[in-house]
Design a protein around this ligand. Structure first.
Ligand code: ATP
Ligand code: MG
Length: 286
């Protein structure tokens, strides 16, 4: 493997071989940025009508502060992913606003918008790792949004990002797998690596769209515990879409119910009845 250091001081994107994975825990070094007290993700009157005329989200409002974990529930097609994509900028909402720490993303464009979106990280159902790359290289990919140089465009990682990437891997309990090819991981391990990659982006807001959909109960529990800890201990604002109401009730501070693109409820998890949840999945036509 080529482990040479480029002229720019960056490292090749598959650096695991150059940096041994043995050694003591580096968890304390994991750099973290968080929302300041009082700052939050705030979504106002969000409406998304797709080009085919279908309105997937209507006048949706929600806010999530640092340290909070909110779970969004709703049946297939109710608009959950549409909401998440609007927040991270993969969808351009028809109307409404997405504010992070008081900054309205819709009012920004170009470089300013790209920067403003950096504190938002999205994890999806499939970990979407680069299978032939090492676990560590995949985590390093999370840093690339912060570095826009010729070197990173060529797939190189700034050398100062290697140790933090190892620390994020340690944080999800997988530092021992840093040098392993991502394609060899179990589903649960891959999803935890996806969380580490998201952390490498140094987000204030972590969005997870069905992060445990393909995991067995134990692995699902592990990923949910991890997300919960990132909210409680590290102060991230966590928004998670789930199809498992029981997991939602166990881990969330608040539950948001979506039905046909409209909010049905946004309440503390302890105040949502199983009847209210069941109602989200009832087909009105039946
Ligand atoms: N690009 C698109 N163009 C047109 N319609 C779309 C588009 N993306 C999603 N939709 C529609 O918007 C609605 C909401 O889709 P969305 O993916 O947000 O649902 P979801 O709640 O995430 O469902 P699931 O639980 O199955 O993931 C669906 O009816 C879907 O068909
Ligand atoms: Mg979805």
């Amino acid at each position: 493997m080529n482990t040479s250091i480029s002229a720019s001081g960056d490292l090749p994107l598959d650096p695991a071989a150059a940096f041994g994975v043995a050694g003591s825990s580096s968890r304390a070094m994991a750099p973290r940025t968080t929302l300041a007290p009082g700052e939050k993700l705030a979504v106002h009157d969000l409406t998304m009508r797709y080009a085919n005329g279908h309105t997937a989200l209507r006048d949706f409002n929600v806010s999530v502060s640092g340290g909070e974990m909110v779970v969004v529930l709703g049946s297939n097609g109710s608009g959950k992913s549409t909401f998440m994509k609007c927040v991270v900028g993969l969808n351009r909402p028809t109307s409404g606003s997405v504010e992070v720490a008081g900054r309205d993303l819709a009012a920004l464009s170009g470089k300013a918008l790209r920067r403003a979106r950096l504190p938002l990280a999205l994890i999806s159902q499939n970990a979407n790792l680069v299978k032939r790359r090492s676990v560590l290289a995949n985590v390093c990919c999370g840093t690339l949004g912060r570095h826009r140089t010729l070197g990173t465009a060529l797939g190189r990682v700034p050398r100062e990002e290697i140790e933090p990437a190892r620390a994020y891997l340690d944080e999800v309990g997988l530092l021992h797998l840093a040098g392993q090819r991502a394609g060899t991981l179990s589903g649960g391990q891959a999803q935890r690596v996806a969380v580490a990659r998201a952390l490498a982006q140094r987000p204030h807001v972590l969005l997870a769209d069905e992060p445990v959909a393909s995991l067995d109960p134990e692995a699902a529990d592990e990923v949910m515990r991890l997300l919960r800890r990132l909210a409680t201990e590290d102060g991230l604002a966590v928004v998670c879409v789930l199809h498992q109401p029981e997991l939602a009730a166990r881990y969330a501070d608040r539950l948001v119910g979506l039905r046909r693109g409209r909010m049905e409820f946004d309440r503390p998890a302890s105040q949502v009845s199983s009847q209210q949840i069941a109602q989200l999945y009832v087909d009105e036509a039946s």
